[in-house]
Design a protein around this ligand. Sequence first.
Ligand SMILES: Nc1ncnc2c1ncn2[C@@H]1O[C@H](COP(=O)(O)OP(=O)(O)OP(=O)(O)O)[C@@H](O)[C@H]1O
Length: 267
Amino acid sequence: MTESLPHVPLGSAPATNFPALSLRGLTKRFGAKTAVNAINLDVPAGSFYGLVGPNGAGKTTSLSMATGLMRPDAGTAQVLGVDVWRHPLEAKRLMGILPDGVRLFDRLSGEQLVTYAGLLRGMDKETVASRVKDLLEALDLAKDAGTLVVDYSAGMTKKIALASALIHAPKLLVLDEPFESVDPVSSANIRDLLTDYVASGGTVIVSSHVMDLVQRMCDHVAVIAGGNVLAAGTVESVRDGMSLEEKFVELVGGRHQAGGLQWLRTS
Ligand SMILES: Nc1ncnc2c1ncn2[C@@H]1O[C@H](COP(=O)(O)OP(=O)(O)OP(=O)(O)O)[C@@H](O)[C@H]1O
């Protein structure tokens, strides 16, 4: 791993104010394929940060390396000034993570799973019990608290994984596609919960394919494609007068000419 790259924030932020997440030269190759190409990114503390990019852009790989789930080939990741790969325990204490394709202990009930996540974080039983109750209610899962996670729908599984990421009140939340499969009412409840969390000083990083949602919900955004950061900054500065979706298409390209698949036409 490259350790020599300095972790000074990009731009003019004061050096004493660490970004919530700072990536320098982060790189991952799978055989001949460079999935993440030496990216640099600073996520300001207290921001609601969207990460967008086409399929295969390198979002999940970047977030996995940034959160200590996948070892980078090169580069560094710091959470609030703590190096994720040199001091993993300290860094992970600061983070709540909703990984993509979550693998959970699905023979536990939803309530047991979130309780387990809290106890694993070293929290006392009473605090865990009270937060589990709050979280199950906030995420519309109270009536399914006793159901085994293996019997949950995709959206319910996403929500119980999110509850497990929130239980220890982390300073940084890293959520890979948190709204995928989640119904509109629960999505709105989750958005409110995250907005409150950011208003109280927390930082959220969320990857999503829904540009409209990112434009409305986030204050910062990074556009990633082909393992590179194409644009990053405030949503206003990145979209530059267009909708985020229009800007995304302009940056990333890939729209096909009208005409489509002739053989698929039924008349
Ligand atoms: N374990 C792996 N082995 C080999 N290639 C991988 C592996 N994981 C990811 N890749 C490749 O790395 C690239 C980036 O994948 P990644 O999952 O990070 O993209 P993504 O931006 O999260 O995509 P999506 O929006 O479709 O979820 C892709 O080309 C993918 O095929």
